[in-house]
Design a protein around this ligand. Structure first.
Ligand code: C2E
Ligand code: MG
Ligand code: MG
Ligand code: MG
Length: 283
C-alpha cells in the first residue's frame, strides 16, 4: 500500500510530468540499469473474481519500479518515459518473462493454476516476434499458454504498424492464450471490430464504473455493454470496482467478473501467496 512505501498518493514522484529534461534522461538511464540488472523492477498482482461467489479466476500482473530514492513509481508515470526513449520493448519482454517465471514457480509449489494476465504494449506487437518469444519462454518454463492471458488496448489493436492484427490474434489463441481488450470503451474505434476480432474478453474501463450507480449515463453504457457482450459471447470484467454499491449494480446487471480495490489492491507475489495459503479459494 501507499503508506507502507512511505509516501502518499498526492506526493508521489511523477517523472514523466514533473521532471526537467536532463533529470528525465538520468531516470531513463537508471531504468535501463534496473532492467539490465533485473533489480528494482517488480510485478504486483491484482486478483480477478467471479461476481457471483467471489472465486479467484485470474490475476493481472502490474509493473512497478521500486526506485532507491523515489520509492515506488507507478507504470503510468514511467512507461511513457520508457516509450519515448526506446526502452518499452525490453521492458515488455521483462514483464512477460517475469510473469512466466512466476507462473512456473507457483506450479512447482503446487499452487492452484490461476491464469496471469499481462499488459502488452503496441511496440511489443509491432516488433512482430511476440508469438515466438512467448512460445519459447513458456516452453523453457514448462508453462501452458492457457495460463498467460494477454491484455491489449483498443489503440494497440488498431495500430497499423502492427500489421493485420487478425491472423496474429488467431495465432496467439491457437497457441492457447486468452485475449482481452483492456480499457474497453475509452478508445476511438468502431464497434465493428468486436464482431471480427478473435478475442475472449472485454475489460470495461473503470471510467464507466467510477460513478455507478448514481450516474445514469454510465449506468446505461455499462448495461448496454453487458448486453452486447453476452450477444457476442464475450466475457466482461469490470475494472476499478471500489464500493459494494458498484458491485451490486454490476451483479444486478449480470456482469460475470470483477477486479478492483474492493477485492484486492495489486500486491507483491509473496503477499498474494501468503493470502492464498491463509484462505484457500473456491475454484
Ligand atoms: P490497466 O492495465 O488498465 O491496469 C489497471 C490499473 O487500475 C492499475 O493501475 C491498477 O492498480 C488500477 N486499479 C485497479 N483496481 C482499481 C480500483 O479499484 N480503483 C482505482 N482507482 N484503480 C484501480 P497501475 O498499476 O498504476 O497501472 C496503470 C496502467 O499502466 C495499466 O492500466 C496499464 O495500462 C499500464 N501498465 C501496467 N503494467 C504494465 C505492463 O507490465 N506493461 C504495459 N505495457 N503496461 C502496463
Ligand atoms: Mg490491464
Ligand atoms: Mg485496464
Ligand atoms: Mg484501465
Amino acid at each position: 500500500s501507499a503508506k507502507r512505501h512511505g509516501r502518499n498518493h498526492d506526493q508521489r514522484f511523477r517523472p514523466s510530468l514533473d521532471v526537467a529534461g536532463d533529470r528525465q534522461l538520468a531516470l531513463v538511464n537508471e531504468l535501463r540499469t534496473a532492467l539490465a540488472k533485473g533489480t528494482q523492477l517488480e510485478l504486483h498482482y491484482q486478483t480477478q473474481h467471479t461476481l457471483g461467489n467471489g472465486a479467484l479466476v485470474g490475476m493481472e500482473a502490474l509493473l512497478r519500479w521500486r526506485h532507491p530514492e523515489h520509492g515506488m513509481i507507478s507504470p503510468g508515470d514511467f512507461i511513457p518515459l520508457a516509450e519515448r526513449h526506446g526502452l518499452m520493448s525490453s521492458l515488455g519482454s521483462w514483464v512477460v518473462e517475469r510473469a512466466i517465471a512466476q507462473l512456473a514457480s507457483w506450479r512447482i509449489a503446487g499452487m492452484a493454476e490461476i491464469p496471469v494476465w499481462v499488459n502488452i504494449s503496441a511496440l511489443q506487437l509491432i516488433q512482430g516476434d511476440l508469438e515466438a518469444r512467448l512460445a519459447a519462454c513458456l516452453a523453457q518454463h514448462r508453462v501452458p499458454a492457457r495460463l498467460l492471458g494477454l491484455e491489449l488496448t483498443e489503440s494497440v489493436l488498431l495500430d497499423e504498424r502492427a500489421g493485420d492484427i487478425y491472423p496474429r490474434l488467431e495465432a496467439l489463441r491457437a497457441l492457447g492464450h486468452q485475449i482481452a481488450i483492456d480499457d474497453f470503451g475509452t478508445g476511438y474505434s468502431s464497434l465493428s471490430y468486436l464482431k471480427r476480432l478473435p478475442i475472449d474478453k472485454l475489460k470495461l474501463d473503470r471510467a464507466f464504473v467510477r460513478a455507478l450507480p448514481e450516474d445514469s449515463a454510465d449506468a446505461a453504457i455499462v448495461g448496454a455493454v453487458l448486453t452486447m457482450a453476452r450477444g457476442l459471447s464475450l466475457e466482461v470484467i469490470a475494472e476499478g470496482v471500489e464500493t459494494t454499491e458498484q458491485r451490486n449494480f454490476l451483479l444486478h446487471h449480470g456482469c460475470p467478473l470483477v477486479q478492483g480495490f474492493l477485492f484486492s489492491r495489486p500486491v507483491p507475489a509473496a503477499e498474494l501467496e501468503a493470502r492464498l495459503l491463509k484462505e484457500p479459494q473456491p475454484i
